[in-house]
Write a protein that binds this ligand. Structure first.
Ligand code: 15L
Length: 306
């Protein structure tokens, strides 16, 4: 049985994966926080990914790494830098030095969050990050590309949507992935015999999907869930949102903050009516024309985006 290192294992996605992958792999679970209630086949390896000595220790002797660790939403630059840039570099570098070829990188839909919702995007589009967080995910993908080309490593980048038992809002009807499908995608990334560098979308088979996930399907991903079964319930309680969040795939992550403080409100953007719907493949270079900067709005308490 393969031994798999999961970083960020104390988080939500890690917790779902532990349950879904139990018995299939030996799991080495790493996090800066304690990982509790270890089951048979699980081992805890504490570590701070911003420290190379720690990443060298936790990656030793594993068959593959599922790198979930880092800051998982928009945050101040110093936090993103430490956890998602330095931490990500340390993971790839430690994997290389320890001879671990296969790395599954938890990228995010926010690496492409500035694509409009009326665009369908595939694995070939240019990144369009919607936040510092999104930039850090684009960075991780590029680092993976470097390690694949330069060192022959096997890199599987998953642009993950929202991993929850049920999609919490309308946006997530398009980017939701059930825990079961997430585990199915991770298993493809671990067990596919011929990965060099791949980008796939971590989404279920959602009727409202913004993604052409044919690359994942080509590699053997067979999602079994569709967010549509939650649609009536989700839409019934959906409140009218900010038009900017309606326009872009990244939702609230597209907002800018005053002075870079994510707890403060975004400047107002002038948003024209959504242009005619295009369901064809994106060019990858087209800029959304509808948004222009305007003067700042009032302070908001919201920090986490939807
Ligand atoms: C992400 O990348 C975040 O890690 C997660 O917390 C969700 O916010 C998700 O994106 C999303 O877009 O719903």
């Amino acid at each position: 049985m393969k031994t798999i290192l999961i970083t960020g294992a104390a988080g939500d996605v890690g917790t779902h994966l532990r349950r879904e992958l139990a018995g299939k792999y030996h799991l080495r679970l790493s996090d800066i926080k304690p990982v509790k209630d270890l089951a048979a086949g699980e081992q805890f390896a504490p570590g701070d990914i911003a420290k190379i000595a720690h990443t060298l220790r936790i990656t030793r002797g594993v068959d593959a790494i599922v790198h979930l660790g880092g800051f998982s939403v928009e945050g101040p630059w110093d936090m993103i830098l430490r956890a998602n840039i330095v931490g990500c570099y340390n993971m790839f570098e430690a994997a290389r030095r320890n001879g671990v070829k296969r790395v599954l990188f938890a990228s995010s839909n926010h690496a492409t969050g500035f694509y409009r919702r009326d665009q369908k995007i595939d694995h070939c589009v240019l990144t369009k990050p919607d936040s510092r967080y999104g930039v850090s995910k684009a960075f991780g993908e590029q680092l993976g590309s470097l390690y694949a080309d330069k060192y022959g490593m096997e890199i599987f980048c998953m642009r993950i949507g929202n991993v929850t038992v049920a999609p919490p809002d309308k946006r997530r009807l398009s980017n939701w992935i059930s825990p079961g499908d997430m585990a199915r995608l991770v298993s493809v990334g671990i067990d596919h015999p011929d990965i060099k560098f791949e980008i796939v979308y971590g989404v279920s088979d959602n009727r409202r999907s913004w993604y052409d996930n044919s690359n994942a399907y080509r590699l053997g991903y067979r999602p079994q869930d569709d967010a549509e079964r939650f649609a009536a319930e989700v839409l019934a309680k959906e409140q009218p949102g900010d038009p900017r969040a309606e326009l872009f795939q990244g939702g609230n992550f597209v907002f800018a903050e005053i002075g870079g403080d994510p707890s403060r409100a975004a400047p107002k953007l002038k948003v024209s009516a959504v242009q005619s719907r295009r369901s064809t493949k994106s060019t990858g270079s087209r800029k959304p024309k509808a948004a222009q900067m305007k003067k700042p709005a009032k302070r908001s308490k919201t920090r986490r985006s939807t």
